[in-house]
Design a protein. Structure first.
Length: 554
């Protein structure tokens, strides 16, 4: 998340996210036949005629008590294959996921909506996997959710799904180049309906193949121009090739570890897009922020390689050259600028050795190219602790001891040391800078004392941080992540005074709510917010209050 001899052409990080592939392997995917082929826990599921997304029926499932209204279907699949999993949902909290994949089981969720919303993720089956369990569920104490039009799209597993067979796919569109190094060029393109793979051509000769929408061709000569094209393939045949694009490999760049992170630090996410928050240049970010996480790398569905491109148009003409210069300016002021991977919609698959190497190589290439000081892991759509650990250790070996590594798991990801995020953090404890858990968009959660706490309170922040502190992380590796304003997240905003009270409770044992930790943690790292842009929209009220308070901790 291997140095190759000149002239060798390989792909680092094959795509595992399925495109619109052969068939929809789910049965009764639109619930038109009631609950046939589906099983719902505790009698929680029923079909309804309104609301429906298509057809005449949809699923309604209602959590009651300790039941989360889980509905499942066993779906026949092929081994070593990639599938796209999606469903349309409405109503209360809704989750969609898969178990039994034989590789990394994935899930995605939404805190609820009044209109139909599409949940999407993907998975790859293991060498011996012939069936998986697809599920939806709600959340304890929340309202009923609705689901419709479930899809498990990929090679025909032989179970008789709802979709047709393949035809020869169309030529890929949207081929673009991404990050370049002295010996590699990253490529990405749009998904093609019906494609199960792609062939990548360099100067008219096939260089490699990919099972998804991006690849990084390596082993190229430095400062040399190449032409690339790509075709789509499936069981029916190969498409014509796309229009060719040109790319020149780079000269060796600079970048890597920079200023030391302060004992107590404030992290802020900087938006490389305009979503209604204040548009900023990096130099507009206040000095109260010690770590600035550039959000986000252009994370394709490929397990491994990532790229980054500045959204100049969305940022009111902010140029790439000025962005690079501003990175150096902030670093000269003692700030660390890191690249964030993931976000709500970003999906990166690091679930084997090749993709771990691809991740490390591509992130390090971005560090060399732009001068980033490290990486932030903000994956909200599945994480494999074994291979993400390998990826981050490979990156550390390349970048050296000053590498900054931050993580931003959701609250549910840090409820137990058995979780993949928690395991990853503990696996890299010797090189980890800070885990800034997102204390928002989560609803009620368990604290370290086994009690349930509602988000938005001092107790919620302290009792959940306690799980990480008692679970093995050093206090210097624990930060409190909150929205900068009421517009920064769907739920969970707390006033800066509440954040400061929680910091005092954990670090000094003062200003606690009903929950008080068994001891104090004076070396607690600090706080994080989404985002510097939403903070600026609110007059930088968050950073003006929390920044000085973090610096005043013991």
């Amino acid at each position: 998340m291997a140095v190759i001899a000149a002239g060798a052409l390989t792909v680092t990080g094959l795509v595992s996210t399925a495109q619109a592939a052969d068939v929809n392997n789910a049965k009764n995917a639109g619930f038109e036949s009631g609950l046939a082929n589906w099983s719902c826990s505790a009698g929680s599921g029923a079909t309804v005629s309104t609301p429906v997304r298509s057809g005449t029926s949809a699923l309604k499932a209602t959590p009651v008590g300790q039941d989360n209204a889980k509905c499942t279907q066993t779906v026949a699949v092929k081994p070593n294959s990639t599938y796209a999993l999606s469903s349309w949902v409405q109503g209360g909290y809704a989750y969609l996921g898969v178990t039994g994949s034989g590789t990394t089981d994935v899930s995605t969720w939404t805190p609820g909506s009044t209109a139909w919303t599409k949940l999407s993720t993907s998975f790859r089956t293991g060498a011996n996997t012939t069936s998986v369990t697809v599920y939806t569920h709600g959340w304890y104490g929340q309202s009923a959710y609705f689901a419709d039009d479930v899809e498990v799209t990929g090679p025909d597993g032989g179970g008789g799904g709802d979709g047709p067979g393949p035809v020869i796919p169309a030529a890929p569109a949207g081929l673009v180049t991404g990050a370049t190094t002295t010996s590699s060029v990253a490529l990405s393109w749009n998904a093609v309906s019906g494609a199960t793979g792609y062939k990548v051509y360099r100067d008219g000769v096939q260089a490699t193949t990919s099972t998804g929408t991006s690849a990084t061709v390596t082993g190229l000569a430095a400062d040399t121009a190449y032409q690339f094209s790509v075709s789509a393939t499936n069981a029916a045949g190969e498409s014509v090739r796309s229009a060719a694009v040109s790319a020149r490999t780079a000269k060796p760049g600079t970048g890597g570890p920079g200023p030391a992170v302060p004992k107590h630090a404030v992290t802020g996410y900087w938006q490389n897009f305009n979503n209604g928050a204040a548009v900023q240049k990096l130099t507009d970010v206040p000095a109260d922020y010690d770590i600035i996480a550039v959000s986000f790398a252009d994370a394709t569905p490929t397990p491994g390689a990532v790229t980054f491109k500045l959204d100049t148009a969305g940022l009111n003409g902010y140029t790439d050259a000025q962005f690079r210069a501003d990175i150096r300016t902030k670093q000269a002021q003692g700030k660390n600028i890191i690249i964030s991977i993931g976000g709500e919609l970003g999906t990166v698959r690091v679930d084997n050795d090749a993709s771990a190497t691809a991740f490390a190589n591509s992130v390090y290439a971005l560090m060399q190219d732009y001068g980033f000081n490290g990486v932030d892991i903000d994956l909200e759509n599945g994480l494999n602790a074994t291979y993400m650990t390998k990826a981050l250790r490979q990156l550390s070996a390349k970048a050296g001891s000053g590498l900054v590594i931050t993580m931003a798991p959701q609250t549910i990801d840090m409820q137990s040391t058995a979780g993949e995020y928690f395991k990853t953090a503990l696996n890299i404890k010797d090189i980890l800078t800070v885990v800034n858990m997102q204390y928002y968009n989560s609803g009620s959660m368990l604290g370290c004392d086994g009690k349930v706490y509602s988000q938005g309170s001092v107790d919620f922040l302290t009792a959940l941080a306690c799980i990480q502190l008692e679970g093995g992380l050093d206090p210097s590796q624990v930060g409190i992540g909150v929205p900068a304003s009421t517009r920064g997240a769907g739920s969970g905003y707390v006033a800066p005074s509440i954040v400061n009270a929680a910091l005092d409770c954990l670090a000094k044992g003062t200003n606690c709510g009903s929950f008080k930790p068994s001891k104090t943690y004076p070396s607690l790292r600090g706080a994080m917010t989404w985002s510097t842009n939403w903070d600026a929209t609110a007059g930088n009220a968050w950073s003006k209050a929390v920044g000085p308070h973090v610096r005043s901790l013991p």
